[in-house]
Unconditional design. Structure first.
Length: 334
């Protein structure tokens, strides 16, 4: 997801880093799924919020359900959600044809819903286990910059991020059955904005600005659509729901980029540049195109290709460790 109106196209081709991070939470999610056996004697209803093109979700649930099927044959029904504009054909094609589909397991079913998670999607008290990875940090609208605040990540992001996360959790808690759980993974605002990861996000835009391909006025209107919370911000949101939930797990982790680890082993700089550039291209294309509305399609493509070239230059210029910090949260409805 990306703002209320946009979905990420091409996500399946650049999501390997997120998948590696997601899989580290399998034990937590399996425990939630196992606990559900005591909540109902009927089918277990799982919701997946922000599935994008589906690859990571399908692999994640396949791996978890393989474990689950070793001790339970209970029927499982997974509903994948994302924006109406999502590439739903890709999701359905993968589920019905790929080798890693969880549909290859017995008593497992799926459905899809095109609706923003800033709304209530399911009936109250209907979901046993919720899951979301790298989705709930997207914002519902562009943050309002406080007067006099000139920082890139200004105070408006903190305010908008707080209100949006509060809205998201309010709806998810309402959807959960009593005793039901929600596991979510979101980007965390930590040291990475001052490290290599932040440079790779920002420096290509500055390069295009210096080359006259984008203007300073346009840069100021760019739609930065994600807010990575600090752990204190997340705790403040959770306090709003003290009477409705128990916090089962809340943790910040540093996750080194798998492409960087591979580079240390192979010393193949070109391969490293290609993989990391592909990752950033998927995430940054929406931001870039949001300020190219006065360009032709040919001009947009030319600028995007130049953006990718500049991204590779930034990657090669600093070969120190690339990592991100993430928050993993598990809550249980009282």
């Amino acid at each position: 997801m990306a703002f209320e109106q946009h979905s990420l196209n091409g996500y399946n081709s650049g999501c390997a880093w997120q998948l590696e991070i997601n899989l580290k939470s399998l034990d937590l999610f399996e425990n939630c799924l196992k606990d559900t056996l005591n909540l109902t004697e009927g089918p277990i209803k799982i919701s997946d919020y922000g599935c994008s093109e589906g690859k990571n979700s399908i692999i994640y649930f396949s791996e978890c359900l393989k474990r689950f099927r070793s001790y339970s044959n209970r029927t499982v029904w997974i509903t994948h959600t994302d924006l109406p504009s999502n590439n739903w054909s890709e999701v359905h094609n993968l589920l019905n044809s790929c080798d890693f589909s969880y549909l290859n397991l017995p008593n497992t079913y799926f459905s899809t819903v095109g609706r923003s998670f800033f709304n209530q999607i399911f009936p109250s008290n209907s979901i046993h286990v919720g899951f979301s990875a790298f989705s709930f940090h997207y914002l519902s609208k562009k943050p309002v910059r406080p007067e006099g605040d000139t920082s890139l990540v200004h105070g408006g992001f903190i305010k908008q991020g707080f209100e949006d996360m509060k809205t998201i959790l309010k709806h998810r808690i309402e959807e959960l059955v009593p005793g039901g759980t929600l596991t979510t993974i979101v980007a965390c605002s930590g040291e990475q904005l001052n490290m290599v990861l932040g440079k790779i996000f920002i420096m290509p835009f500055i390069a295009l600005l210096n080359q006259g391909l984008i203007s300073e006025e346009k840069i100021k209107t760019m739609e930065w659509n994600v807010h990575g919370m600090k752990i204190e911000e997340m705790r403040n949101v959770l306090k709003e729901f003290d009477d409705k939930i128990d916090v089962v797990h809340l943790e910040v982790n540093k996750r080194i980029c798998p492409f960087y680890t591979e580079y240390l082993e192979t010393h193949d700089l070109s391969l490293y540049q290609d993989k990391l550039n592909n990752y950033f291209s998927v995430l940054s294309k929406l931001q870039l195109f949001s300020i190219l509305d006065d360009k032709t399609e040919e001009e947009k493509q030319m600028i995007f290709e130049r953006f990718q070239e500049e991204t590779k230059k930034v990657i090669a210029a600093d070969l120190s460790e690339v990592y991100m910090e993430i928050i993993t949260l598990v809550i249980r409805k009282k």
